[in-house]
Design a protein around this ligand. Structure first.
Ligand code: GLP
Length: 275
């Protein structure tokens, strides 16, 4: 068990994404997946991972990585949005990653927000994760209000996959994908729970942009709490946050200084907190 949340700081979203793509590739390669022993990867949507997916697709085309023996589980999906709607997370994943790599369709798992029995859909999703042997690496983003997946402020840290009502801040943030029209943004979504994410053997979170600075500050400098669900990561056995410089703007000067002084770009918040 690692004694701290590792935070890697890179200059901008491009550098953050290159770091994460490299990291995922090295993890899959080290695992050496086969049909009998596939690598299980949890994936997010959102603008934060878009560049990562572009790099992964390019590196696949260059013959550097294969997704043939990778099983994926997506974090979340809107309820009631047709699967082929351009803003559904199904569409997003095929557009940005799945259509460009050799993943087998049978290995792709995305929650069905149009299932007739949503509670069953969520329960079955958890069962599928368990059947796959658990998630080896869960990649995630974070909302400006500190949510991971759609675990909005107030979500139980013990939560599992379920239906969730979206917070106003999230509807506002995501309205940019719906012609800036709040009324077009679905009000509910299916999402893995905090516990589902915490069960992954490794969690990697991408945090970029000044609009995420408060979420990062609350998530790593504050205590573990259910209002900034990113903070649950402090209890994970193998967490990694990769942030760009803009996202660090709310962090304590001393915290960020540890990075420049040591020039390691890898800082421990537990340690930093007590100097
Ligand atoms: C949505 C998704 C989250 C994502 C967040 C941030 O709410 N459910 O998984 O992390 O948006 O998205 P973005 O990267 O576009 O800021």
């Amino acid at each position: 068990m690692l004694p701290f949340v590792r935070v890697i700081i890179r200059k901008n979203p491009q550098a953050v994404s290159e770091y994460i793509a490299d990291y995922i590739i090295s993890r899959i390669k080290a695992f050496s997946p086969s049909a009998a022993r596939p690598f299980v990867l949890g994936l997010p949507t959102g603008s934060s991972p878009e560049i990562v997916y572009g790099i992964l697709a390019r590196r696949y085309k260059a013959g550097e990585i294969s997704f043939k023996n990778v099983i994926t589980f997506n974090m979340d999906e809107y309820v009631g949005l047709p699967r082929d709607h351009p803003q559904s997370y199904h569409s997003f994943m095929y557009k940005h990653l799945f259509a460009h790599v050799d993943i087998q369709p049978k290995n792709i798992n995305i929650l069905d927000g149009n299932a007739s029995d949503l509670a069953k859909e969520c329960k079955d999703f958890e069962a599928k994760i368990a059947k796959a042997g658990g998630i080896d690496l869960f990649l995630g983003g974070v909302g400006p209000d500190g949510h991971i997946a759609f675990n909005e402020p107030g979500s139980s840290l013990n939560s599992r996959t379920r239906v969730k009502t979206l917070a106003y801040d999230t509807i506002l943030a995501n309205s940019r994908f719906f012609d800036n029209d709040l009324s077009k943004v679905p009000r509910t979504a299916l999402t893995v729970g905090i516990k589902t994410i915490m069960d992954a053997r490794e969690v990697v979170i991408v945090v970029t942009g000044v609009h995420k600075a408060k979420a990062l500050q609350k998530g790593i400098e504050g205590g573990v709490n259910h209002m900034w669900t990113l903070s649950a990561l402090q209890l994970h056995q193998h967490p990694l946050i990769v942030a760009d410089e803009d996202a660090t703007l709310e962090l304590k000067v001393k915290t960020v200084k540890v990075r420049s002084d040591t020039d390691t770009s890898c800082i421990s918040f537990q340690l930093t907190f007590f100097i």
